[in-house]
Design a protein around this ligand. Sequence first.
Ligand code: MV4
Length: 447
Amino acid sequence: MFRRILVANRGEIAIRIIRACKELDIESVAVYSTADSNSMHKELADKSICIGPPIVNKSYLNISNIIGAAEVTNCDAIHPGYGFLSENPKLVEKCKETDIVFIGPPVNSINLAGNKSEAIKVMRKNKIPVIPGSIGNVTNIREALKVCKRIGYPVILKASFGGGGKGMRICNSKKELRDYLPIAISESRSAFGTEEVYLEKYIPKPRHIEFQIVADNYGNIRCLGERECSIQRRHQKLIEEAPANNLSDRTRKQMAAMAIRAAESINYKNVGTIEFLVDQEENFYFIEMNTRIQVEHPVTEMVTGMDLVKEQIKMAAGEKINNNLKNYKINGKAIEFRINAEDPDNNFSPCPGRITDYFIPGGPGVRIDTYIHSNFNISPFYDSLLAKLIIWGNDRKEAIARSKRALEEFKVEGIKTTIPFHKKILDNKNFLLGNIHTHFIEEELGV
Ligand code: MV4
């Protein structure tokens, strides 16, 4: 097992990883920028080291500073968390060169998942359902028109190295395809440095459901059930649940089997997520794969009793897959609310500033993953995620009642947060019925 792990992240996920290290009796080293010198992850770790100025490119995204920090503190592994360098192949290569274990999958898995049209090709070859579309990228309008003649309109253009909706364009006709193809290509070039875009049939109002995969270094791969992640605004998830609602046992089983096949087909290691879109007829399609621990991992932890971050560390250290993973049972319902420092009444614009006072909810079924503390200044340099409120109930009804009372208890003063917006969602009839899809927020709440 590792002696000392460098936690290459900040905020709530850095604290989450430090907690896992403590429970495994492994020392943790925090890294922090000068904007975070008063932050909780720095306090909670056994050691801490400054890695540069507030600007992320010079600190949390600076690979030489991160590797240097791990070397001078004698760490034998690096945990990247999510975001920042978590899916950066260069960090993985540098770790190999310096004999530090990267807690995550091998570099070829990261490279493949990063190239979405290529990942879809591999899945298609392995008989995993994918959305009808181009085989690989489209480079010109002639090619694109030919694909659309086959699959029919509407279609969606996606950037192969994209994410967060960037470079995505829906085309309802030949004309729109002619107009949007050059735009999608140039958006992709400027955002991701490549002109690679691909085409898919556009699925109206799909659900976004993802499956948690756990894989050891010996070829054992397990699936830990699914998360429903359809409640999102402008491609930022707001609420996630486990398990998914209104999904037949038959489909759930098929999807889990396909998720395992997807991970097997690329020799996946460590924890990862297979994302699917589910259409209104309950057909499901692979769309992409995430090669990191995700923000929403706690809902899976709450319904399975597993600790995904500890499993990540143990498998990276060469342990075989946890036997409890073989016969886990999904117990009850978990819902996660992302509490962001944003103003829901002002287009969700970030609201950095000082937290003058706060109260954190508690009681049965309540878990909070946060890094806030009193008199804490939310820095404008980083992500606006303040806290994750994770609620467990025996069933969805109990989880929702608990969520309502926990959001009522939750006080954050001095800054605006998304807490009032979550309360509105919990008053929505279709949300209460579990009738949700990726366009729920715009359709039902009009933002
Ligand atoms: C789609 C889709 C419909 N059809 N793919 C992919 C990434 C995720 N953030 C949104 N994605 C979508 N992929 C096909 N083939 C619908 C979405 C989608 C979406 C697309 C355009 C504008 C807003 C959207 C909101 C949610 C989901």
